[in-house]
Design a protein around this ligand. Structure first.
Ligand code: HEC
Ligand code: HEC
Length: 489
């Protein structure tokens, strides 16, 4: 792995570090604690002078019952300290923790999208996509059952948060490499010392810090929260709330108050019986991804997936485990008219639904247009503008100069020849240790015309039937993402 320390950047970095004083603040009131080169970009790390508050946040009274009923192994119950969560924030956004230093947790869990990813399948460090939609990771600290991932396969948040680092499609490093990279960065010793008393770096401490940061994502200032506090209901929102209560909230643990009081606690034991993963009848045949069924091997678990939090749901699309439903309107149409009578569908197999006199087999709640619109108003009221813009959850690494023009192939230690291409073009790493993972060719209309996986230091792309013209070649390699203009003769 090469580091790109250009003399100019080095001078600039030294200059900045030596002139940074406590008085020197950025426009946001934060202080520059480090300057670095990250995959061709010139980046500064900015943190607040006084620690942000993660540990002692105001939670409206209408959530107080969560503390009482939340699962004892709920990760949110683990101790959150301001210094611990601050360290977690830096780790969460640090692109150095992926193999070629191109993606961080924050690449796929974006604050402005409620910590979900706006694309159906996220691209990992090497441009390769997974087969599940990145779900919102907010409100995990409020979850009633301690199960993580779409198939509920993990229960311990401190352990779980390390798994994306190891995932070959996500960040692709080992725990040893992660610890090494943290140790070699000059901004971590102080952060570890503040969080844990000394600067020793261990993967357990990394997991604990990231878990503290994530467990502090509490979405409690939504429009619905405001309406509850001010008792300011519109007829549409009230109608939407009633529909949500009768059709949705037995599974989705969203606070639903009635007349200022919470109608939630009394129904909890009942509610509890539906908590956990469910088969919603999204498909009659789920294909390869059977969710919990793949984990347990039990056919009765096929098609069961985690019931996600709906906080900020208007921002977290596309929806469902496979991101197959694009908009909330699509989701509502699904629950209204398109539910499939899968044998494991909770709507067919759960006794709770029989007393509700749902027609069996159940194919949807059959909502009319007004009901659909009101339900949409309710779902849209779950957006928390404060949460998605709160600086304490934002990316503390700021790109001060983007590497455009720097991270072309040559600067990233790659050669592309011949260019112009007539029949084929080879991409080669100067250092045979450095692998190429993915090569894409994009035409002038922005369409991906070649999407080629590789796993070698040299790879040749055939022209095939590509017409002459100017294209953009994008290459994912151990040295980051490179962009190169490719001319086809
Ligand atoms: C390449 C995209 C990508 C990156 C990078 C990534 N994630 Fe995820 N994350 C996902 C996807 C996709 C899922 C759902 C996977 C599944 O359920 O099998 C997920 C699931 C999760 C969950 C479970 C949420 C729940 O409610 O069950 C948590 C927590 C999480 N990620 C945290 C992290 C952390 C911490 C990092 C960085 C160390 C990270 N992610 C990096 C895509 C990503
Ligand atoms: C039987 C339990 C159950 C009921 C009832 C239920 N849901 Fe769901 N919901 C789920 C599960 C499980 C998923 C994930 C399914 C999947 O990905 O295959 C889900 C997914 C969703 C999603 C996608 C969230 C995301 O982040 O991708 C939305 C939105 C949603 N439901 C809204 C509703 C609405 C609105 C209702 C009422 C009309 C409702 N749900 C009723 C269990 C339920």
């Amino acid at each position: 792995m090469k580091k790109f320390l250009y003399p100019l950047v080095l001078m600039l970095a030294v200059g900045l570090v030596s002139t940074t004083t406590d008085e020197q603040r950025t426009a946001t009131g934060d202080r520059v604690v480090a300057t670095m080169k990250m995959n061709g970009d010139e980046v500064v790390l900015e943190l607040p002078e006084v620690l942000d508050n993660y540990s002692d946040v105001d939670i409206p009274d209408h959530y107080s019952f969560y503390e009482e009923f939340a699962s004892p192994s709920n990760p949110g119950a683990s101790e959150i300290t301001d210094a611990g969560a601050t360290l977690g924030r830096v780790l969460f956004y640090d692109r150095n923790l992926s193999q070629n230093r191109t993606v961080s947790c924050g690449s796929c869990h974006q604050q402005s999208k409620g910590f979900a990813d706006p694309v159906q399948f996220s691209e990992g460090f090497d441009g390769v996509k997974g087969n599940r939609n990145a779900l919102s990771i907010a409100d995990i600290g409020f979850a009633f059952y301690p199960a993580l991932f779409w198939d509920d396969r993990e229960v311990d948040l401190e352990h779980m948060v390390l798994l994306p680092l190891l995932d070959g499609k996500e960040m692709g490093i080992t725990l040893e490499e992660a610890v090494e990279r943290v140790e070699e960065s000059d901004y971590y010793p102080d952060l570890f010392a503040a969080a844990f008393g000394d600067s020793e770096v261990t993967s357990e401490r990394m997991g604990s810090a990231m878990a503290q940061f994530i467990a502090s994502f509490k979405v409690v200032n939504t429009e619905l929260d405001r309406v509850i506090l001010e008792n300011d209901w519109t007829p549409e929102l009230e109608a939407g709330r009633e529909l949500f209560k009768s059709h949705c909230f037995s599974c989705h643990s969203t606070v639903v108050p009635e007349e200022g009081a919470i109608d939630f606690v009394p129904s909890l034991p009942f509610f509890n019986s539906l908590i956990g993963p469910h088969n919603t009848g999204l498909y009659l045949e789920y294909g390869e991804d059977q969710g919990v069924g793949n984990e347990t091997g039990s056919p009765t678990d096929n098609g069961k997936f985690k019931t996600p939090s709906l906080k900020n749901v208007a921002l977290t699309g596309p929806y469902m485990h496979d991101g197959s439903l694009e908009t909330l309107e699509d989701v509502i149409d699904f629950y209204s008219d398109e539910v499939q009578p899968h044998p494991n569908s909770t709507f067919n197999s759960q006794p709770y639904y029989s007393p509700l006199d749902l027609p069996q087999p159940f194919v949807g709640f059959d909502l009319d247009d007004v009901e659909k619109a009101n339900l949409l108003v309710f779902l849209e009221s779950l957006t928390d503008e404060e949460f998605i813009t709160d600086p304490k959850f934002s990316d503390p690494f700021r790109v001060v100069e983007s590497g455009v023009g720097v991270n072309d192939a040559e600067a990233n230690g790659l050669s592309v020849f011949p260019n112009p291409m007539s029949v084929a073009t080879t991409v080669q790493s100067e250092d045979p240790q450095d692998k190429i993972y993915t090569i894409r060719i994009i035409d002038s209309a922005g369409k991906v015309v070649v999407d080629q996986l590789a796993d070698a230091s040299t790879y040749t792309i055939e022209r095939g039937s590509l017409p002459s013209g100017i294209y953009l070649m994008k290459i994912w390699s151990d040295n980051g993402i490179s962009s190169e203009k490719l001319i086809i003769e």
